[in-house]
Design a binder for this molecule. Structure first.
Ligand code: DC
Length: 227
């Protein structure tokens, strides 16, 4: 049976995961967060004390890492060698390590394979950087979801503040720009808009409105809400 695949790509902090999760719930699709997989690998490299610039050590470490995905109450959980690390991968340090180490083919090959397997088994909304261009080039719906750097930095700042964490808007903006630069300029599977992707700027949209746009784009391609 042919499954429906919706690919959502875009830069860090554009709201991809929140929006994709909401749209997946409405459609009855499975939401696949591929960034979490790169973060799971990154956590392993951090724990091993491997430098992000040591490609050889990272390549070797890849053979010792098993990333698996499970859905518990409909929520994606990431397992690193059998340990549920879902709550440990959200730190900035892990995100930056994921960005730095996702440039290597050894890391990407492992995870792309897992992502394709998931998409072949179910109707999915998958988000990341290279889903429409590389992982699922035949996805029925592709969306390039973005927002201005200023808006993305502001959202991240408010998110950290709400959690009672220390936050510096200028520093967050600097980190986002650095991550954008690395994710868009890397040699392997850089973040670019697929030719057949719909561009969606969420700078002036709230989450509900953005999810509504995603559903409208899906409906144009024949993916309707379940009745
Ligand atoms: O979406 P995120 O912030 O959780 O992703 C963390 C990093 O992982 C991101 O900076 C680049 C990398 N990544 C990738 O290279 N390809 C993907 N499909 C998803 C994430």
């Amino acid at each position: 049976m042919q499954h429906f695949n919706i690919a959502i790509d875009g830069p860090a902090g554009a709201g991809k995961s929140t929006i994709a999760k909401m749209a997946a719930e409405r459609l009855g699709f499975i939401y696949v967060d591929t960034g979490a997989m790169y973060r799971g690998m990154a956590l392993y490299f951090l724990r091993q004390g491997i430098s992000p610039s040591d490609e050889e050590a990272i390549k070797q470490a890849c053979s010792q890492v098993e990333i698996t995905i499970r859905y518990e109450n409909g929520v994606q959980q990431i397992y690193l060698n059998g340990e549920n690390v879902s709550s440990l991968i959200r730190r900035e340090e892990v995100g930056n390590m994921a960005s730095a180490t996702s440039v290597y083919p050894a890391v990407r090959e492992k995870l792309v394979e897992l992502q394709r397997q998931l998409a072949a088994q179910a109707n999915v909304i998958m988000d990341g950087r290279d889903i429409g261009t590389c992982v699922l080039p035949h996805a029925q719906v592709k969306i390039f979801l973005t927002a201005s750097v200023q808006e993305r930095a502001k959202r991240r700042y408010l998110e950290l503040k709400a959690k009672g964490e220390k936050a510096d808007l200028q520093e967050i903006r600097r980190q986002i720009e650095e991550r954008d630069d690395r994710d868009t300029h890397r040699e392997n599977s850089p973040l670019v808009q697929a030719e057949d992707a719909v561009y969606l700027d969420t700078s002036s949209l709230d989450i509900q409105q953005a999810a509504g746009r995603v559903l409208a784009i899906a409906a144009e391609k024949g993916i309707e809400l379940p009745s």
